[in-house]
Ligand binder design. Sequence first.
Ligand SMILES: Nc1ncnc2c1ncn2[C@@H]1O[C@H](COP(=O)(O)OP(=O)(O)O)[C@@H](O)[C@H]1O
Ligand SMILES: [Mg+2]
Length: 267
Amino acid sequence: MADGSQQSSAQAATAVQPTRAASEASGSSAAHSVDAVKIYGRGDTAVRALDNVNVSFDKGRFTAIMGPSGSGKSTLLHCVAGLDRLTSGQVYIGDAELGALTDRQLTLLRRQKVGFIFQSYNLVPTLSALDNIVLPLTIAGHKPDGPALDEVVRITGLGPRLRHRPSELSGGQQQRVAAARALVSRPDIIFADEPTGNLDSRSSAELLDFLRHAVSDLGQTLAMVTHDPLAAVRADRVVFLADGRVVDEMTSPTADTILGVMRHLGD
Ligand SMILES: Nc1ncnc2c1ncn2[C@@H]1O[C@H](COP(=O)(O)OP(=O)(O)O)[C@@H](O)[C@H]1O
Ligand SMILES: [Mg+2]
C-alpha cells in the first residue's frame, strides 16, 4: 500500500459501499433527502407520509425501495423527483435543492435531469411508440437522432412495432416504451414507481433486464419502488420504509434477505 495503488484501492472501497457522508462529500450522490417530512392534510386528518427521511441515491447504482402499502414509497419518489413538494426538510438533485426553485425552474430541472416511469405507463395515446420515446427530446427542442437514440430504441427490442400506437402494444411493450422515454435524454436519475406492477412475470423480467442494463452498461442511476422481491434482487441496494421512515437497508440483496425484512415489517 506504499505505492500509488493506495488511492485507487481506497476509491474502490468507497465505490462499493459509500457512507452517506462520503457519498455527499465526494459528489457521488445523484439525489438525496435531508430530514424530509411530508404531511398530507391538516388537523385531525393529517397524515405524516414522510417522517424525517434521510436517503441518498448514489450515481450509477440501482436502488430498490420497499415497504408495506402506505409506508410512503410513492410520496418519497414524487418528492425527490420534484413532482411534489415537501412540508419540511430538503431534497436535492445533484447540488440543486428543489425547495429553493420556482415551479418553472423545477419543471426545467425535471425535464433536464429526471426520468420517471409510472406503474400505468402514462404514454401519449395518439403518438407512435417511437414518438413517445423521443418526446422528452422534442419538448426540449433537441433533434431526436444519433447513436444514443439508436441504442435506447435497440434495447427496447420493439423493432417494427415502434410505429404502433400504445393501444396496439402489450403492457410489457408499453412499459418498455415508457422506460426508453425515461432513458432517452440520459437523465441524472430515473425514478420508477412499481414499474412491473401491471406486468406478467415474463414482461417483468424483460423490463428489469432493460433497467439493469441501463445501470450496468450505460451508467444510469435508478431508484425503483417495488413490492416484488424478485424485482428488488436486481438492485444493488434495497432501502426499506415503514410508517414514513427508513427502517432498514441492505446491499447485494437476495430473495431470502429481502423476505426476512419484509416479513418483519408485516407487508
Ligand atoms: N394525496 C394524498 N392525500 C392524502 N393522503 C395521502 C395522499 N397521498 C398519499 N397519502 C397517504 O400517505 C401515506 C403514504 O402514501 P404512499 O406514499 O402512497 O405510500 P406507498 O406508496 O408506500 O403505498 C398513506 O397513508 C396514504 O394514504
Ligand atoms: Mg405507492
